[in-house]
Design a protein around this ligand. Sequence first.
Ligand SMILES: [Zn+2]
Length: 255
Amino acid sequence: MKEIGNMRKTNLFDKIKQRWIRFRFKPIPIFVFHSVSEGYNPLFWWECDWTQSDLFKQNILKLKRLYKFISLPEAHRHLKEDNIRFEKFAVLTADDGYRSLLGILPWLEEKKIPISLFINSCYLDKESWSEINEEQAKRTNPGVDMQHDVCPYLYMSKEELFDITSEYVTIGLHGHKHTDAIKLSTEDFIHNVKECKEILSQHPRYIPYYAYTWGHHNDNTDAILKDLELIPVLTSGSKNYKNTLDRICIDGISL
Ligand SMILES: [Zn+2]
């Protein structure tokens, strides 16, 4: 009975502590999406990585009524430094650098919403693609010619990416290739990160943040990013009260 009594006390203490944390530090949600367009093209995107344009705009306007959107570095500074935070901030990010994003960036700028794009530097040449692109395209058309039917339309080119100079956009890393960080050898992971950093750090809107593909990471990959002076960004859906940068995926859902 004594143990149960102690457990109850601990649970109550934890609840009070959590409430106090929530009261003192309003969490800063970081949202992530992938591709947005008028219509869905199964050759290019997985359905779970796509949002119809009107639904996307509707969702963002709803969120804008609830939160003040700030940039990722600004949110990071708040998460590190705030002693108290009553204002409700949120951050918007997009992964992979799909070309469809070019259609939505002017609208976000018009609404004064900052966004961080996490880019795979390997596919900026309009001639390369990842295994997941090929898998998806072949589900739709087994005989697809990736080079001809997919590549020119799938990702933004290096030129298009480097033409983005808006003060509302920042450019972070997602790896040179879209590969799973925890499945790579240490050497290959370092190479994948370094190559991406070398190319994207030349961008005028570069920020030293690395969004893990599928959010997969471990102590080893975290230590490597630290050595390379990069800040990890996760995607496991938990709330950010202090220090962490974790994201919530909003592809294809009505908020
Ligand atoms: Zn990704």
